[in-house]
Ligand binder design. Sequence first.
Ligand code: HEM
Length: 407
Amino acid sequence: MSENCPHEDWDPMDPAVGADYVAAFKDLQKRCPVPWSDQFGGFWSAMTYADIADVCMHPDRFQNAEQFTVPHLDLGIPWLPLQSDAPRHQQYRGVLQPKLAKRRMLTLESDMRELARTLLEPLAERGSFDGAADLAQPFAGQALCLALNFPRSFWNTFFGWNRGITKAMQTADLALLQSVLGDISGYVATEVRARRDDPGDDFLSTLLATRIDGRELTEQEIVGYYLLLMSAGHNTSADSLSHAIVHLARHPEDRARLRAEPEILPNAVEEIVRFYSPLLALGRRVGQDTELGGRELKAGDQVAVVWAAASHDTDHLADADEFRLDRPVAKHLSFGLGAHYCVGAELGRLQLRIAIEELLSHFDAFTITGDLVKTTWPTNGYLSVPLSAARATVSSSPAPGGGVAGR
Ligand code: HEM
C-alpha cells in the first residue's frame, strides 16, 4: 500500500466528497488512481479514463453477471441486459437494440416533442415550477415509455415503480426495493397471460416473442428488463436533463448562444452528458486475480467504474474541466464503453435535444429560486430544482428536424 493510498483511500458517502465529487476524483486520479473504500463491503474504484477503459474492454477479468453496481443491488434477479456476460449478454441486449436504434428514434421526434410541449404549457402558465420533479423526471419517463412502446394505460404504473426504485436507491431501502419487485412480478405474471393470448406490438409482446437459445424468456428475465429500464433508462436521462436545466439557468450567455446557433445543440447535448455525467459510477466483479492501475485485485472483489471521474481526466482530454458548449464531440465515458455501451444513448440524446429546444422556445429566461436537492451516489442529478421562469414573449415552433425556435 503506497503512502498516498492509506488503507481506506476514500469514502463516496463522506459529505465532503459528496459536496464536490469532481474535486475528490481529481485528487484521487493524481494521488491514488485505484483507491480502496471500506464502504459497501469494501471496493476498488477505477478513476482514470485508461483504467476504466481497461476494465470495460476486459470482461473476462471484470464481470457483470454477479454485480453491476456498487453497492451491489442483489435482488436474486439479474437486471437485464446489464447484469449478464457474454455470450448470453449479446442475446439479451439484442432485444432492445432495434427499439432504440438511431433511425427509429428519428421517427419518434414529433411525438416526443408533443410530450414535451404538453408538459411545458401548464408550467409556462404557472411561471414557477420544479425543473426536476415537474419537467425532467416526467419527460424522461414519458419519452422512455413512448420509445419502448409501452401501452399508455401502463405509463402511470411504470412511473409509480420508478418512484419506488428511485427512493429505495437514494435511501438504500432494500425492503422498498423488494416491495417494488413484488409489484413488477405481479404485473408481469398477469400481463404475460393476457399478451400470450392477444399479442401486440408493445414491449411485453416483444419480450414474449424473444427466443434465447431457442427458449422463451422466463418471467424472472422479463422482470429483470423492467428493473433495469427503470433505473438505466429513466433516471439517467432525467438526471442529465436536470443538469442541463441548472446549467442553462446559471448561464444566460449559453441560452443566448443556443438560440443564435441552434446547429451546435447536438454538441451541447454531448457536452452536458460528458461534463455532468449523470451516473457517477457503475460496478463490476473481479473474475480472476488481476492487476489494475498497479494494484493487486482478487477474484470476487468489487470494482466501481467511476464514469464521472473519467470525464474530468485531463490526461485523456487536456481541457476536460472546461465546459465548452460547441465542443467537437469528444470521446468520453459517460455512456460507457465496450460490450455494455449504453444501448439507449440515441434516445438519451434525442430527449435532451428536444427538451432543451422546447425549454428555450417556451421561456425567455429561467432562474433558480431555492435550494437545489441533489441525488446521492451512485447517481448524479437533481431531485429538486426550484425555478421561476419568464414565458417567451413570441412563441414559434422549432425548425423541422431540430433547432431552437427563432424568437
Ligand atoms: C443521458 C442519458 C444516459 C446515460 C448517461 C447513460 C449511461 C449509461 C452507461 C454509462 C452505461 C454502461 C453501463 C456499464 O457498462 O456498466 C449504460 C448502459 C445501458 N443503458 Fe444507458 N444511459 C443513458 C440513457 C439511457 C436510456 C434513455 C436508456 C433507455 C432504454 C438506457 C438504457 C441502457 C441499457 C439497457 C444499458 C445496458 C446495456 C448493456 O448491458 O448492454 N440508457 N448507460
